[in-house]
Write a protein that binds this ligand. Structure first.
Ligand code: NAP
Length: 297
């Protein structure tokens, strides 16, 4: 058997296109563009790349992008003051503070300062609480993107066994909540889980969000399982390679022979994250302007 490839890149491109069209309608209805503010502290090279691509994607989707780049030695008080200014800015619908922050800043305190209705990353405790209690709020972009891929592939998830490997606040926990909301039977596995292969073997749906290259092996999978690989890991360069290959948390070649469907790395979950960020920003913009967002966004 050879698994179907879940093409996150194509799905994300379609979502971005839809967001762009709805953003144009929003501009007509609201008399202004939807706006996303992204705050970057310091000069971490990976964060700079993320912020640049978020800015480009925001502009391409007919929305305003406001970038705030602050030096590495910015105080927590100055950062919170900027967040409060953005909370009050009528042109800003969504605020994203790029993580990780420098060590002298308490990321939780900064996230807590974001207006929950502009928290398009869904990291504020109010939004985590809304998700946990089944009320409407912003859901972190990566797990929401995984959920879109899963429902597109499987339709109704009722009664399916889902195993989420990883329990971080940004991926594992919200992923499990979303699956539970969709009536799957959910197990959350982590570094203390006993006999992880046996736990994973029960799953119709496996979501791997660990950060360990190719940890999930083919013989951990039930035949026909749907596998969502969130991990992004760079291998050491092989002979003749300048940079090592990017791989997920799942042994893709092995798993492809057993799974029913699987996301590749790269080109699976990764592209969904920015597309969902744009979608969340547009939803925030509609609420901010007192308009109804289309229900299929
Ligand atoms: P994280 O905060 O480091 O969490 C990793 C989780 O994996 C923890 O809950 C940890 O368990 C668990 N874990 C570690 N070793 C394990 C093992 N041997 N067996 C079972 N569980 C184990 O990471 P994260 O932020 O959730 O990210 C996970 C991965 O997704 C990373 O590769 C990251 O780069 C990637 N990611 C991708 C995107 C995207 O856009 N595609 C977005 C976010 C993250 P404990 O809690 O017990 O320590």
């Amino acid at each position: 058997m050879s698994a179907d490839i879940i093409d996150g890149k194509a799905f994300a491109a379609k979502l971005r296109e839809r967001v762009g069209a709805v953003a144009a309608d929003f501009q007509t209805a609201a008399g202004r563009k939807a706006g996303l503010a992204v705050v970057l502290v310091g000069d971490d090279p990976a964060s700079q790349v993320y912020v640049r691509s978020k800015g480009k994607a925001t502009l391409a989707a007919n929305m305003d992008s406001f970038e705030h780049r602050l030096p590495d030695d910015t105080s927590q008080a100055a950062l919170v003051a900027l967040v409060e200014k953005l909370n009050a800015d009528e042109a800003v619908d969504g605020i994203l503070v790029q993580l990780p922050l420098p060590g002298h800043i308490d990321a939780q305190a900064v996230i807590a300062a974001i207006d929950p209705d502009k928290d398009v990353d869904g990291f504020h405790v109010i939004n985590a609480g809304r998700l946990a209690t089944g009320s409407t709020g912003f859901v972190p972009c990566t797990p929401l993107g995984c959920m879109m891929l899963l429902t597109d592939r499987l339709g109704d998830l009722s009664g399916l066994e889902a195993v989420v490997i990883g329990r971080s606040n940004i991926v594992g926990k919200p992923m499990a909540q979303l699956l539970l909301d969709a009536n799957a039977t959910v197990t959350i596995a982590h570094s203390r889980t006993k006999d992880l292969p046996a736990v994973v073997r029960r799953a119709d749906i496996v979501v791997a969000a660990v950060g360990r290259a190719e940890m999930v092996r083919d013989d951990w999978l039930k035949d026909g399982a749907t596998v969502i690989d969130v991990g992004i890991n760079r291998l050491a360069p092989a002979a003749g390679e300048e940079k090592g290959r990017l791989v997920g948390d799942v042994d893709f070649a092995g798993a492809s022979a057993r799974a029913g469907a699987i996301t590749p790395v790269p080109g699976g979950v990764g592209p969904m994250t920015i597309a969902v960020l744009l979608r969340n920003t547009l939803v925030a913009a509609h609420a901010h302007a007192g308009l109804d967002a289309p229900t299929d966004l």
